[in-house]
Design a protein around this ligand. Sequence first.
Ligand code: NAD
Length: 268
Amino acid sequence: MSGYFENKVAVVTGAASGIGLGITEKLLSGGAEAVFMGDLKEENLKKEADRLNLAYPGKVFPMQTDVTKQEQVEALVKAAKNHSGHLDFVFNNAGMGMTLPTEQITFDIWRFVVDLNLMGVVYGTYSAIPIMREQGFGHIVNTGSITGRIPVPYQAVYAATKAAVVSMTESLQYELEAEGLQFSTFCPANVITPIFGNLTPPPDSVTVPDAIDYIFGEIEKKAVVIILPQSARDFEALYRLDKPEFDKFARKLAAERRENYRTKGTYY
Ligand SMILES: NC(=O)c1ccc[n+]([C@@H]2O[C@H](COP(=O)([O-])OP(=O)(O)OC[C@H]3O[C@@H](n4cnc5c(N)ncnc54)[C@H](O)[C@@H]3O)[C@@H](O)[C@H]2O)c1
């Protein structure tokens, strides 16, 4: 890794687990000055921050944060800026998965997922923008998903929030790059993390370190939309370039999931 993360101050949300924890570790091993770890789960946050603090003393700052609460996200971002006067990275990563048949989705579920997966990212982004505009630099990285780039059956709610994250990020890049700001959104397919709960991650899943290595390489190159792994890039290209073939794939997936829900009560 080059010096892109060296002596930088970063915020990471959803930092106590999975991809957010991987981002935090990568920032620290890349020479970051300070990482402000936000997560809802205080116990996990303390455990991981204590562990990382042994290896990187004085560089790890856990703050319990609910990203659905604008004032809590703003406090996290401001604390990072106040640490030494600059804010280099904000990773708006906290989020959840949601794969369910439509008839099980209530409007309360819609609001809950939108609040977490979209508004949580909006709050982090809009807390950081004025600070980064004033200093004339900064890189905001929002966690999307491959479902934000291609339609996926039984994931309408999740896909809607992730598509919004992706298009907001791309739009802001064009709006604010002239002021020195950089935006990226990464869109993984399956990454092995606790997000799968009791389910075994699908066989084509990638590990957190492999995902993070690829993502960080692309962040350094200032890529705006980062899709991984290669199989997801292939599907995304199929969707854009050969819609009839993509339709066949998506209809087959819908049929498989329909059958799995009918026979096993789950989608795979
Ligand atoms: N793992 C995958 O396959 C995958 C694929 C595509 C996208 N993603 C996205 O990656 C992000 C991280 O997911 P992960 O797989 O690491 O899951 P994870 O469950 O391991 O981690 C998510 C973290 O977010 C925290 N969190 C939940 N609600 C929160 C809130 N209101 N405020 C603050 N923190 C909160 C959780 O406590 C947890 O520590 C999510 O946005 C997810 O949608 C994951």
